[in-house]
Design a protein around this ligand. Sequence first.
Ligand code: ADP
Ligand code: MG
Ligand code: ZN
Length: 643
Amino acid sequence: MAGENLKNSVNGTKNNASNKSNMIRSALFSLILICLMAMLIVNWTSKGPVKVEVPISEVITRANDPNGDISKITVTGDTLDVTLKGKDQPTETSRKDGSGTLYDQGLINHCEKLEGDELKKCNETYPTIEYKEDINTWGIVLDVGLTVLPIIAIVIFFSWMMKQATAANSQSLSFGKSRAKVYGPDKKKVTFKDVAGNESAKQDLTEIVDFLKNPKKYEKLGAKIPRGVLLAGDPGTGKTLMARAVAGEADVPFFSISGSEFAEMFVGVGASRVRDLFSKAKKNAPSIICIDEIDAVAHKRDARGGAGREDEQTLNQILVEMDGFDNDSGVIVMAATNRVDMLDKALLRPGRFDRHVNVTLPERKDRLEILKVHFKGKPVEANVDLEALAKKTAGSSGADLANIANEAAITAAREGHKAIANADVVEAFERVAIGPERKSKVMNEKERKITAYHEAGHAIVGHVLPDSDPVHKVTIIPRGQTGGVTWFLPPEDRSYKSIYELKDILARAMGGRIAEKLIFGTDAVTTGASSDLKNVAELAKSMIVEEGMGSSTRNLVFPGEDAGYYTITAGKPYSEKTAELIDAEIKKLSDEAAMRAEAVLKLNKKVLDNLAAELLKHETLEEAELEPILKDAKMPTAAKLYK
Ligand code: ADP
Ligand code: MG
Ligand code: ZN
């Protein structure tokens, strides 16, 4: 894997054949390295103990001193090996410096020409001096070779490792280097075929690919090749996937880094990583740089409590690099974000990320396509209804759908099925939407009864109110954090919701707690409705502050601190009085919802009892089983909306 990365960064368009020969080459290379290193170790260890280097003048002084500690000096060429008295191996070494012979410089052989006992006595006082015929040229060459070659080999080896580490996105040896991943064409290639739906985004990106492949075509007509492309869309909609598909289609090196990676190391590293990333990309042009999740570094620089200095430097460096591109640099910078509104405006100026490609949540048709992509290659039984699943999953992202497909396979395996059955798919869908079923969760009879009325309350209010989606399924089997679930499913995809629909959603969310109150009395308010109430509070708030749906604040919106519009004012961007007004409007919506739910349930007490009883008996009721029970429910005039 790591080796592959390196190759891709050097040459992004290698085919498989040369890839193989590369592998053989690097295997050989490693083998040679290992041999050389072994030789070096043998060579070093065979040379005996390490010798201390001493200045020649000192050696001469000690050699001429009758009380000196040297017993023998072996001179080989310019090198002196010094053996001390009482030792049998040289432990010191020195080099001749200056001109003239060693004798001229004072290294005198005091025992020269002496013989017998005299020689012996002399040798106890003065060192023996032995001149060795050094010029065994081959020996030197071999010696030098044995010492130097392995060192060179090691240096090469380490620099090779460093490169690998950089390419392989390792932190260890590459602080300032960008840890960009390179997706060359021979890494598991993603193409537009793997991206289902999102046709318009794919078309925009196909154009980018064409720019990279045929720049001349555009230059001839005087068209400026785009420098930066911003992929914007909700999480999980396939932005990262699409960026990789561009790399796969374009057949050029693809340097990818995630915004969050910039932030995680030392001060100043982010900017140098950017520099490194861009210089690598330019070297390998035509190429693509992809900065995923760019909002992590490129949020508004002056936002209160926002970007730190480190992020600011990184962002500035990105801007500098993008401005420094020549028109024909052949590098296109792609970035992806879930939060365009958070980005520093400077990034969006012409010449930077001036092309926007919106990646949207999939429509029903696209959801089916995405499901097909992710169920492809999995054994699936004939009864699996992907169309029904696509219909049920309005609002799900591509990632959610991929997750359902995977969960379905896991469920099938757990159940011991040979192929994925429709029941596995349904279970996977509910598991992804709410959480796993928790059959083991203990509920006593009283709790089961409360849950049954609670869910029945949701179902009846939702069924009766005219602008709510139809009830799809009710269950009192605990799942995830909830005691039971009532599912409402839209008959088709819609982009907008009306105020009537939202008010019906608020009322049906209140239906659970109101049913409990009607049956078990005001004192019996349980904690089972807390998530309903939280949903009511959140939806009501967004209706007032974001959608301009307040009765006395109609068409007025109140962008909050986190909306990103306000960067100078501290605290709420509106007065205390306005804050109170907002709170009052939110309360009005929630009171109205409770009132409407209560009106529905009071009028339909019989249906409520019926439905709760059926739920206690069967635990789960599907659309078809709900129909005969709910058909008697009536609409009270008090729950109508006249506005
Ligand atoms: P994002 O970057 O927008 O948050 P990703 O690209 O990481 O989303 O998508 C996550 C996963 O969801 C992908 O790896 C893929 O399996 C799946 N997915 C998302 N959109 C699609 C799509 N249009 N077609 C096929 N799979 C998709
Ligand atoms: Mg992503
Ligand atoms: Zn509830």
